[in-house]
Design a protein around this ligand. Structure first.
Ligand SMILES: C[S@@+](CC[C@H](N)C(=O)[O-])C[C@H]1O[C@@H](n2cnc3c(N)ncnc32)[C@H](O)[C@@H]1O
Length: 248
């Protein structure tokens, strides 16, 4: 059980594996008005930047669950680096169906809602770990502009327009699930670049160092296609935000 190695190559220099910069992640942490001692669960925690920096900045504690051994290891290293290894724990596991032993104050999934079969299923999964009155955080893409054709849809890593909602539809969807949307912080085109464009230099450097690796052709193809794909489609048509929800 692990994430394909190509992800760790593309995202080798990243601390945040979504279209947020460290400033936006910090803005979200502040916006939530976290109390010291709050307990968090983060499903699909990646390299652990959310839990580690919020533990440092807000005194929270938490558990992150991720399917990647490399990312889980990076998260543990980061916790030590920031002096919060006693406050955060990173578990290497499939987060689909993962429920915390003790109810938490905040349960999050930023950029991996497939673990619950989509937004509704992931909100339902996270709610199983939440104390009454707690907060769910969901990071999810949405259509920033209406995609005009199938090429645009596929250029945004979707197979159908229905794979994503527009921002108002997504907010309505949270309401329909029985939640108040109590905060949100959004990526922008520059922060998308920090996530996607930073992968290009990672790939180029890796290719220079590993020309004979079995993944070299795949990574070469990706580096050739991704910049135009991002400029033409993803950067223009896809938004991404993290939404804070509280059950009504
Ligand atoms: C887009 S990244 C987001 C990571 C992190 N939340 C962040 O924003 O930096 C998605 C993460 O989900 C993890 N992932 C994918 N499928 C998973 C699963 N079934 N269970 C646990 N983690 C999973 C990946 O390893 C990756 O770290």
């Amino acid at each position: 059980m692990d994430l394909p190695r190509s992800f760790t190559i593309r995202e080798s220099s990243h601390r945040i594996l979504d279209p947020f910069t460290s400033e936006k992640l910090a803005t979200l942490g502040q916006a939530l008005r976290l109390l010291a001692g709050s307990r968090l669960l983060d499903l699909g925690s990646g390299k652990g930047e959310l839990l580690c920096t919020w533990a440092r900045d807000h005194g929270i504690s938490g558990t992150g669950v991720d399917i990647s051994t490399a990312f889980t290891e990076a998260a543990r290293t980061r916790a030590t680096e920031l002096g919060v290894a006693g406050n955060v724990t990173f578990v290497h596991a499939d987060a689909s169906g993962y429920v915390a032993d003790e109810p938490v104050d905040v349960a999050s999934c930023c950029g991996a809602t497939w673990i619950g079969g989509g937004v509704a299923g992931t909100v339902e999964l996270l709610s199983k770990s939440l104390r009454p009155g707690g907060m769910v955080l969901i990071g999810e893409p949405y259509w920033r502009l209406d995609p005009p054709d199938q090429a645009t849809i596929e250029g945004c890593y979707a197979s159908s327009k229905d794979d994503f909602m527009t921002l108002p539809e997504l907010v309505e969807h949270f309401h329909d699930l029985g939640y108040d949307v109590v905060e949100m912080v959004h990526a922008d085109q520059d922060s998308w670049d920090r996530y996607v464009a930073a992968q290009w230099l990672n790939m180029r450097r890796w290719l220079d160092e590993n020309p004979d690796d079995e993944l070299a052709d795949e990574i070469r193809e990706d580096l050739t296609v991704s910049p135009v794909r991002h400029a033409r489609y993803q950067r223009e048509y896809l938004g991404w935000g993290v939404f804070a929800l509280m059950r009504r």
